[in-house]
Design a protein around this ligand. Structure first.
Ligand code: ADP
Ligand code: MG
Ligand code: MG
Length: 207
C-alpha cells in the first residue's frame, strides 16, 4: 500500500533522475528534435520537487498539482502530455490514503489514456506512448498474477525499456521528429526514454 509519502519520494527521485539524465535526453532530442527534452524535463520536475514541502490533502491533490506544474513549466509537446498523465492519474486515487496495487493500476491506466487522448498517438508512431502502453499492459499482467506494487512497477519499467528500444528503427509519425520523415529512423525517441526513467523511478520508490 503506497502512502502519500511514497509519492513524495517518487517525485523527489524523479527530479534527481531528470537532472542527472538531462544530457542524455537532450542528446536523443538533438538527433530527431530540437535538443530541449532534457532541459524541459529537468526544469519541470525541479519545479515539482519544489512543491514537495507543502501539505496536500491527499495523494490525488499532490498528483494534480504536480501535473499542473509540469504543464506550466515544461512547455513543448511533452509538458502537456506528462502534465495530463499526472492530472488524470489523480482521478482514480481521489479519497484514497493507502493506494493498493490494483488502485495504482487504475491510476496508471487513466494517466496513459490521458496521454493517448491528448497526443492522439497510435502504437508504433515512435512517441512516449510506445513506452507507456507496454508498461501499462505489463503492470496489469503482474497484478493479475498477484504481484505487489514494487514488482508490478518493476515489470512495467522493463516493458517500457523494451518499448523505448523498439522505437529506434521506426519512422516518427507524431511530434517534431515526424517532420524528418525517414531520417527519424535509427534514433530512440526521447519521450519514450524519459517515460522509462519515470517508471524506473516509480519502481524504486513506490511500495
Ligand atoms: P518538443 O518536441 O515540443 O520540443 P519535447 O522535446 O520536450 O517537446 O518532447 C518530445 C517528445 O514528446 C517526443 O520524443 C515524443 O515522445 C513526445 N511526443 C511528441 N508528440 C507526441 C504525441 N502527439 N503523442 C505522444 N507523445 C508525443
Ligand atoms: Mg524537443
Ligand atoms: Mg521544444
Amino acid at each position: 500500500m503506497a502512502t502519500q509519502q511514497r509519492f513524495v519520494d517518487w517525485l523527489g527521485d524523479l527530479a534527481e533522475v531528470m537532472a542527472r539524465e538531462q544530457g542524455a535526453l537532450t542528446d536523443l532530442d538533438s538527433a530527431i528534435g530540437d535538443a530541449d527534452h532534457g532541459s524541459n524535463m529537468a526544469r519541470g520536475t525541479a519545479a515539482v520537487a519544489d512543491l514537495l514541502d507543502d501539505e496536500f490533502a491527499d495523494t490525488a491533490t499532490l498528483l494534480k498539482k504536480a501535473g499542473m506544474t509540469l504543464v506550466s513549466t515544461v512547455g513543448g509537446a511533452s509538458g502537456p502530455l506528462y502534465g495530463t498523465f499526472f492530472m488524470r492519474m489523480a482521478g482514480p486515487l481521489a479519497g484514497i490514503e493507502d493506494v493498493s496495487a490494483a488502485e495504482l493500476g487504475a491510476a496508471l491506466r487513466a494517466g496513459v489514456e490521458g496521454v493517448q487522448q491528448r497526443g492522439k498517438a497510435e502504437p508504433g508512431d515512435k512517441t512516449m506512448y510506445d513506452a507507456w502502453l507496454p508498461a501499462l499492459e505489463a503492470y496489469d499482467a503482474a497484478v493479475a498474477a498477484d504481484a505487489d506494487i514494487a514488482a508490478a512497477l518493476e515489470a512495467a519499467a522493463t516493458a517500457a525499456a523494451q518499448g523505448r528500444d523498439a522505437t529506434e528503427p521506426w519512422v516518427a509519425k507524431k511530434g517534431r521528429a515526424s517532420y524528418l520523415g525517414e531520417r527519424s529512423a535509427g534514433h530512440i525517441d526521447p519521450g519514450a526514454a524519459s517515460t522509462t526513467l519515470l517508471l524506473e523511478s516509480a519502481a524504486r520508490t513506490l511500495r
